[in-house]
Design a protein around this ligand. Structure first.
Ligand code: NCD
Ligand code: ZN
Length: 349
């Protein structure tokens, strides 16, 4: 008999873009509906590069948390070549800063201020390794010579592998992994190296993006890969291996910036992320592995307590709206106008 309801410890989202301003009203409410905490990405314009900026961004987020929710946004700093070890020390001492995000310059949305020469940030990385502050990595090279489908693998070989050898104690999260190469690399490493996996990289592959027409709302970075990679990600996520945990990379953009001749990268999934992951685990016959992936392994990696509250999932389908308001415009969510087979709600205490 197949399961029709399931209660798990409340999950956290270990990689999330909330944006800023009016958009926060939509994004924060969606994440806070199900997730207890989220690691909030710092790629605003301009980026969040200091502890003071992170605290003020956190206040803007907190002011949009719906009444009754105890959602706790965990902040990150954006690694620039100017980040010094004193600021790393301050980040370590600030309770609500949990990581530093490394974007190779030019790799993705709002990454112009990212790092071009990794040597410039060695003092900051040394300090991070010393105090145990994780480095969160967008793992793609930016060389125009390298094929977009190979950028994660080449990053692992040419940048990440040497980095882990130079800083063997540094805690690293390879974010939103998309390839079998990344699964294999992370699996081989010590317990200081982990990875997040998104719902869209589990549910979609590059055929969904490109076959039978281009679907701009499935364009994200790292780009969707071929199905053998999707398969490797599904196996890693549902394996019970604590190196792999939930990070949605929910990354909203307004319709006009997606449906245009040069569209932005990012898929919005915060409205239904847990339900989408649940579909994947159900299809694999691995619902018993969902709680570890969604609610335990990330907290354990970040040395934070596991949540005490519960979330109930019931096999009740619901139809996703065709769009949500997003600042002065709207955003097309994942599964827009289509059905999701699970619904999540807070368990009654
Ligand atoms: C993200 C965004 O829009 O901020 N886009 C994406 O496709 N994932 C940036 C990122 O995480 O790469
Ligand atoms: Zn992201």
């Amino acid at each position: 008999m197949s399961l029709t309801t399931l209660s798990i410890t409340q999950p956290d989202d270990w990689h999330l873009h909330l944006r800023d301003g009016e958009a926060l009203k939509t994004t924060v409410a969606h994440s806070a509906r199900v997730f207890a905490r989220a690691i909030v990405m710092p790629n605003l314009k301009p980026p969040v590069t200091t502890v003071a900026q992170a605290l003020s961004y956190r206040q803007r987020i907190v002011s949009c948390i719906p009444k009754g929710s105890t959602f706790d946004p965990l902040m990150t700093l954006y690694l620039t070549e100017q980040l010094n070890s004193q600021e790393v020390q301050r980040a370590h001492e600030a309770d609500c800063v949990q990581g530093i995000k490394f974007y190779p310059a030019g790799a993705t949305t709002n990454s112009e201020s990212g790092v071009a020469e990794l040597e410039c940030v060695y003092p900051a990385l040394e300090k991070m390794a010393e105090v145990g502050l994780p480095l969160l990595i967008h793992g793609e090279v930016t060389d125009t010579e390298i094929d977009i489908f190979d950028r994660e693998r080449v990053f692992i070989e040419t940048i990440l592998e040497p980095l882990t050898q130079k800083f063997p104690k540094l805690k690293i999260v390879l974010e939103h992994i998309t390839t079998k190469d990344a699964v294999d690399f992370v699996s081989r490493q010590g317990k200081n190296i982990a990875a997040t996996i998104t719902p869209h990289h589990l549910l979609l592959n590059r055929n969904d993006l490109l076959a039978g027409g281009v679907r701009p709302h499935f364009y994200c970075l790292p780009i969707l890969k071929r199905n053998i990679h999707q398969r490797a990600l599904i196996e890693a996520a549902t394996s019970g291996n604590s190196k792999f945990f939930l990070g949605t990379d929910s990354a909203p953009h307004s319709i006009e910036t997606k449906e245009t001749s040069c569209g932005c990268a990012g898929i919005y999934s915060a409205h239904a992320a847990l339900e989408l992951y649940t579909e994947v685990f159900e299809a694999e016959g691995a619902l018993d592995k969902l709680e570890g992936f969604a609610s335990f392994f990330g907290a354990d990696f970040y040395n934070l307590p596991r949540n005490q509250t519960q979330i109930t999932l019931s096999k009740t389908p619901f139809t996703v709206p065709k769009e949500y308001s997003f600042g002065s415009g709207s955003v097309i969510p994942m599964r827009a106008n289509e059905s999701i087979s699970w619904s999540a709600y807070e368990a009654t205490k």
